[in-house]
Design a protein around this ligand. Structure first.
Ligand code: URA
Length: 421
């Protein structure tokens, strides 16, 4: 094959053959197909699309570019993936909860980039906790505790690692076939028997419209099922942040509140919806996750999960050196609290990074002090900004203010769970 012929085929709207896909993904991973050639092909795919068979083959080629894990665990394994949002600390509650219900949750997570937080960054706010585990350590923890949240090894789907970085700098992230195959290659390579997807819709998400989110969800479900991983998807609103915190330590604290029976109702609701989906796929029908959460058993699983990875669940979480309160400018109803604005503010404060590999501030983030739809009075605190770099506060205030609107009246906030596919 010649890379230029593969590019021309897709550029002209043709279908890539299985052999072309296998070759180009493998040759790119080995450095035989150049970055500029793969960039051109990614742009051709973005503009011309791929059909279901091409997407399944592309995903298989990405999985085959590296190792796949064989999890030697007796309990049924079930994973969850969120397409990313603001304040999405659901994994921190869900993994120990589903473990306490009898399944095993092997979750390989990532670090955040831009305004969406990364689960590993949040957990690393816990003193001593480490993300890097060997496969043997993961299996042992899955057997003993039932839940593990760890960094994905670089040996899993290396083609995706390379291609995602390239797409990031060539305007080719926003392609449903490329996003779906990217996410699913990593998830399938990690070897769970079943998978629940939380596909986000709205300002803070990759997918800004419901139509695109449904298409992404259906594409990922098709890939999962064609690889023998039972897959379902929940479509959820990400036009507002989840819960009342966005950042690292602040989100861990909120997740612990939920595990101890409190916490914001939307975080509890989504956790239970996803837990029920996961348990159904795992074939566990006789356990009610709401009861397990209330019993304190999920909190026990959390402590065990954190300790197994070197963390101290009782340790004090990092505190910021600087706090800044944002107040309501007028009386009225909090009519808008935009997810992207809150995410950008948390990022500006130091909770996120601009380039892979940069450090994050564990204490940085936003704590919301009023909920969407709540009546507020002029001067009332709306949010508390946390940072170790006070110079960042003006930019964070500007980012947040752009997404906060107080009006005389506001409609009831819409539902959080939009659809189950
Ligand atoms: N997340 C991924 O892992 N890949 C994408 O392409 C987009 C989001």
């Amino acid at each position: 094959f010649a890379a230029v012929d593969v590019i021309r085929t897709k550029r002209d709207g043709g279908r890539l053959t299985d052999a072309q896909i296998d070759w180009v993904v493998d040759a790119y991973t080995r450095g035989v197909v150049a970055e500029e050639q793969m960039a051109a092909l990614a742009m051709a795919i973005l503009l011309r699309d791929m059909d279901g068979d091409e997407i399944a083959r592309w995903t298989a080629a990405m999985i085959n570019s590296g190792e796949t894990l064989h999890l030697d665990v007796e309990r049924p394994t079930v994973d969850k993936h969120s397409t990313g949002g603001v304040g999405d600390k659901i994994t921190l509650v869900l993994a120990p909860l589903v473990a306490a219900c009898g399944a095993a949750v092997p979750q390989l997570s990532g670090r955040g980039l831009g305004h969406t937080g990364g689960t590993l960054d949040k957990l690393e706010a816990i003193p001593g906790w480490r993300a890097d585990l060997t496969t043997a350590e993961m299996c042992e923890q899955l057997t003993d505790v039932g839940a593990v949240v760890a960094a994905a090894s670089t040996a899993l789907a290396p083609a995706d690692r390379k291609l995602y970085a390239l797409r990031d700098v060539t305007g080719t992230v926003e392609s449903i076939p490329l996003i779906a195959s990217s996410i699913m290659s990593k998830k399938i390579a990690a070897g769970p028997r079943s998978l629940v997807l939380d596909v986000k819709v709205g300002s803070g998400a990759f997918m800004k419209t419901r139509e695109n989110a449904v298409e992404l969800a259906r594409t990922m479900i098709g890939i999962g099922n064609s690889h023998g991983v039972a897959t379902s998807a929940v479509l959820t609103d990400m036009s507002r942040p989840l819960g009342l915190t966005a950042g690292n330590a602040v989100e861990v604290a909120e997740a612990v509140d939920v595990l101890r029976g409190g916490g914001p109702p939307d975080v509890v609701e989504l956790t239970l919806v996803l837990a029920r989906e996961m348990l159904a796929l795992a074939g566990i029908s006789d356990v009610d996750p709401a009861k397990v959460l209330a019993s304190g058993k999920a909190y026990e699983s959390w402590c065990a999960m954190i300790r197994a990875q070197g963390g101290d669940p009782d340790a004090r979480l990092p505190e910021p050196t600087h706090r800044h309160v944002v107040e309501a400018e007028r009386d009225g109803v909090l009519a808008e609290l935009d997810a992207l604005a809150v995410g950008m503010a948390a990022w500006r404060l130091g909770a996120g990074r601009s380039a892979p590999g940069e450090p994050v501030q564990y204490a940085a983030g936003v704590r919301l002090l009023a909920r969407l739809g709540e009546r507020v009075a002029a001067g009332q605190p709306l949010a508390e900004l946390h940072t170790d770099t006070p110079d960042a506060v003006p930019a964070a205030v500007a980012a947040l203010s752009g997404g906060v609107r107080i009006a005389d009246t506001a409609p009831e906030p819409g539902p959080l769970v939009l659809d189950v596919l």
